[in-house]
Design a protein around this ligand. Structure first.
Ligand SMILES: C[S@@+](CC[C@H](N)C(=O)[O-])C[C@H]1O[C@@H](n2cnc3c(N)ncnc32)[C@H](O)[C@@H]1O
Ligand code: SF4
Ligand code: SF4
Ligand code: SF4
Length: 370
């Protein structure tokens, strides 16, 4: 049996914010049961027990949503209790949570620290730009509260990284955003290109990221990161770390750089399992952890189909000088399908120009690391 990574949505798509670009609202609206409520302790117990029955070597429980803190701190205290109860072979356990930071206080932060949670905190750059899209139900920006959470994390030495959605506005201000993060002392950054609605043509929303926007953003970000890197100030940017990993001959940890999708266990609040966070849709339900084992779920026909149909068939990629690094990118960027087939990656031109501009410098860094 392999190690197991789960991504659990203990509060389904429920959230205390209303970010205007949120892809999970779109996912919820595309399925029969939009909201699965809060995960019960019974479902959590079955999930944890079956995860330890299945996994060898290592198991990861990552929590996300919607907003996973809405499940309350007691839910996570129960998790730790269950991990102790069912980890009979004493395998390595990783706990992680992705949050908007709105309800985090000293008690939460101390809990994350004491239980070695790796936390992802969503913060889209500086105040004006973050507050543009990341608003609450009254339309109020959430920036001050999120920054307060970052300070609480610092106080308790919580391990956290910052996630930024690269939308049209962020893309125009890459330099300012990067410098803001640097000033705050954030060392671990992840930039996610903003998704448009599934099945819709890309580029139609006010926040939509075009390939040109993305190209400019990535080049700006790289120049700043590279200058810091060569001056001994190493900031981790997930995409760049993955590129270096590939150049150095390792498998990237990011699924969109492997040439095909992988099947993860993304688990909704009722125990239903899906292969990827972007496809928590009825048509991709692999099973339910309450009545099946992880072995059955992960080897299901649908899971295999999910991988098979992601294998890159874009003929442009066959001749591309950057294929060994890019590998075609994320399937979700090849929507909407045309005649049942995935289209060319929407961000292809951004990747090409980015690699052309940066590869010699990536190679130079890789040589130094070697
Ligand atoms: C769906 S949220 C769930 C966790 C938590 N509520 C949060 O905001 O961190 C997970 C991540 O997806 C990002 N996200 C939301 N909508 C997106 C979109 N349209 N494109 C790309 N990332 C998006 C969020 O900013 C967040 O970093
Ligand atoms: S906080 Fe997270 S789940 Fe909530 S609306 Fe924003 S991106 Fe979506
Ligand atoms: S759709 Fe994208 S994020 Fe999902 S498994 Fe495939 S490559 Fe990874
Ligand atoms: S840059 Fe474009 S053509 Fe080249 S591998 Fe990536 S998606 Fe394919």
């Amino acid at each position: 049996m392999p190690p197991l990574t789960t991504l659990i949505k203990p509060a389904s798509g429920n959230c205390n914010l209303r970010c205007k670009y949120c892809f999970y609202y779109d996912v919820m609206n595309s399925r029969e049961v939009k909201n699965y409520g809060i995960m019960s302790e019974e479902t959590l117990e079955i999930l944890v027990k079956k995860a330890f029955d299945f996994a060898e070597g290592m198991v990861t429980f990552a929590f996300q949503g919607g907003e996973p803190t809405l499940a309350t701190l007691d839910f996570y205290k129960k998790l730790i209790e269950l991990e102790k109860k069912y980890n009979k072979n004493n395998i390595k356990v990783n706990n992680a949570i992705q949050t908007n930071g709105m309800v985090v206080n000293d008690e939460w932060a101390k809990f994350f620290h004491d239980n070695e949670f790796l936390v992802g905190l969503s913060l889209d750059g500086y105040k004006e730009i973050h507050n543009f899209y990341r608003v609450d139900a009254n339309g109020e920006g959430s920036f001050n509260r999120v920054l307060k959470t970052a300070k609480i994390f610092d106080k308790y030495n919580v391990m956290y990284n910052v996630l930024c959605v690269v939308n049209k506005h962020i893309a125009k201000h890459g330099r300012k955003v990067y410098n803001f993060y640097k000033k705050q002392g954030f060392k671990f950054l992840q930039f996610i290109p903003c998704l448009d609605e599934i099945g819709e043509e890309f580029g139609k929303n006010p926040y939509s990221l075009t390939p040109k926007d993305y190209e400019i953003f990535l080049k700006t970000l790289f120049d700043l990161w590279y200058d810091d890197f060569v001056n001994g100030n190493r900031i981790s940017i997930r995409m760049f770390d993955n590129i270096l990993q590939i150049i150095l001959g390792y498998e990237p940890e990011s699924c969109d750089m492997r040439g095909h999708c992988s099947v993860s266990s993304v688990i909704e609040a009722d125990g239903s399992v899906y292969p990827c966070d972007f496809y928590v849709l009825d048509e991709w339900k692999l099973g339910n952890v309450v009545d099946s084992s992880f072995e059955e779920i992960l080897s299901s026909e649908k899971g295999i189909q999910f991988i098979k149909e992601s294998i890159n068939t874009d003929s442009n990629c066959n001749d591309c000088e950057f294929y060994n690094i890019c590998r075609g990118g994320c399937k979700r960027h090849k929507e909407p399908k045309i005649d049942g087939k995935y289209t060319k990656n929407y961000f292809c031109s951004a990747y090409k120009e980015f690699y052309k501009y940066t590869l010699p410098r990536f190679m130079e860094i890789a040589r130094n690391i070697r």
